[in-house]
Design a protein around this ligand. Structure first.
Ligand code: GAL
Length: 413
């Protein structure tokens, strides 16, 4: 009796698009195979607590489209219960007073002590917890096909020049050297690592965090754009518009040598049954071996009549529970959002990522990824995307791209 009543309510909720008591409606952009597998870990956890899941997926890597849908939903007075968000998007929504205060659950579960400072910067606003961090990803990774590397005798490139030589070898052997999807956020994800490698950490800080005009307009920035032109010469003819996970599939299927992508790419390798160091290799983008550019997926809860609902509290609690953090991040490709966990269950790339995150944090080499909304607000990020993409597609030469970047930032600051 109870069950059919619940099913009926769920069906009604689906048809009206409104979350019912006992459900959470979650807006997210995790639609690839690896992402969906990770999301299932969360759905299962909640269903174990008797909480129903209303899925609101908005496809589009990096979340640009999801954020547009979110704005429309909030404007029409129909905010979802919980929303996957990144960096400055969270604090910007908090500034608008749209997010629920999670301080009770945070205090109860001791989040202040276990969530690293770098994530708290985005999860808290004005002394209040407004989001529950589910993971830490980092963006400056190279994913390499082990079989092709062995076949062509390519060792891990340590420098930009070695990387270009490796790409050339793969290309000369008739494979796609660089698997890439021509979408603005993917172009920017590559640029994130290229800029860090070209100019180093101080340059990255000045240009992408401080928005210093001299750094934005520098010869170093021009060189970073020139390197993007070099990389453009190693993608295949069909790169335009390709989703990131299809680019990962090219590496998985022995069609391409490398992909430059955040460690959500690892979720695709794992989902395809592949093993690190046997089938694929993970290493930092050459020249960024000591740095980590990170992003953290967090779930912000939209205020429901001034209080946190039981379902929102349950979701937030589940997200930061130690067992869930390990189970989820194993599948997602990311590392836990808490520093007090035993990560021996993570695979080799995961353990490496976790160690590097901690080391970079301790040595002052941890930077929020500008391409993933952790260096500046969305208006700046999107303005940078436009320039980087226009340059990658040959609309601007490097000198023009530098000028356009400076003025894009000026206008949107
Ligand atoms: C990132 C997000 C990851 C992954 C990726 C591709 O912004 O942090 O979790 O989903 O986009 O969709």
């Amino acid at each position: 009796m109870m069950k059919s009543f619940k099913l009926g309510v769920a069906a009604l909720a689906l048809s009206t698009g409104l979350a019912q008591a006992g459900d959470v409606e979650v807006l997210h952009w995790w639609t690839s195979g690896g992402e969906a597998a990770a999301l299932n870990v969360l759905k299962d956890d909640l269903s174990g607590q008797g909480i129903g899941w209303q899925d609101m997926p908005v496809a589009g890597g990096g979340g640009t489209q999801a954020m547009t849908v979110l704005r429309a939903r909030v404007t029409s007075g129909n905010a979802p219960t919980a929303v996957q968000m990144l960096g400055f998007d969270i604090t910007d929504w908090a500034k608008e007073g749209a997010l629920a205060n999670l301080n009770d659950i945070a205090a109860d579960k001791n989040w202040d002590a276990v969530v690293p400072e770098a994530l708290q910067k985005f999860a808290k606003y004005d002394g209040k917890w407004v989001a529950a961090p589910v993971n830490v990803h980092s963006t400056n990774w190279v994913w390499a096909n082990k079989k092709l590397m062995d076949e062509l005798g390519i060792a891990q490139p340590q420098t930009w020049d070695e990387f270009v030589a490796a790409l050339q070898k793969v290309k000369d052997a008739g494979y796609t050297a660089l698997a890439h999807g021509g979408q603005a956020w993917q172009d920017a994800t590559i640029f994130d690592a290229v800029a860090m490698s070209t100019g180093g950490a101080d340059f990255y800080q000045k240009a992408f965090v401080d928005l210093d005009e001299a750094a934005l307009g520098s010869d170093t920035m021009k060189e970073a754009f020139d390197r993007m032109t070099t990389l453009r010469g190693f993608v295949d003819d069909n790169f335009s518009g390709r989703d990131w996970n299809l680019a990962t599939a090219m590496v998985i299927n022995n069609e391409a040598g490398f992909q430059l992508m955040g460690d959500w790419a690892k979720g695709e390798f794992l989902n395809a049954g592949k093993t690190p160091n046997q089938d694929f290799l993970c290493y930092r983008f050459p020249g960024t071996q000591s740095q980590v550019t990170f992003n953290s997926d967090q779930f912000a809860m939209f205020d429901q009549n001034g209080k946190v609902s039981d379902e929102q509290a349950a979701l937030a609690g589940a997200i930061l529970s130690p067992t869930f953090q390990i189970a989820f991040n194993k599948v997602k490709g990311s590392v836990p959002a808490r520093t007090d966990l035993d990560v021996s269950e993570l695979d080799a790339c995961g353990q490496q990522g976790y160690e590097e995150f901690k080391a970079a944090s301790a040595s002052g080499n941890l930077y929020g990824s500008f391409a993933h909304g952790h260096a500046n607000k969305a208006a700046i990020k999107n303005a940078m995307y436009d320039v980087i993409t226009a340059h990658f597609n040959g609309e601007y030469d490097s000198a023009t791209a530098v000028q356009e970047l400076v003025s894009a930032v000026q206008i949107n600051k």
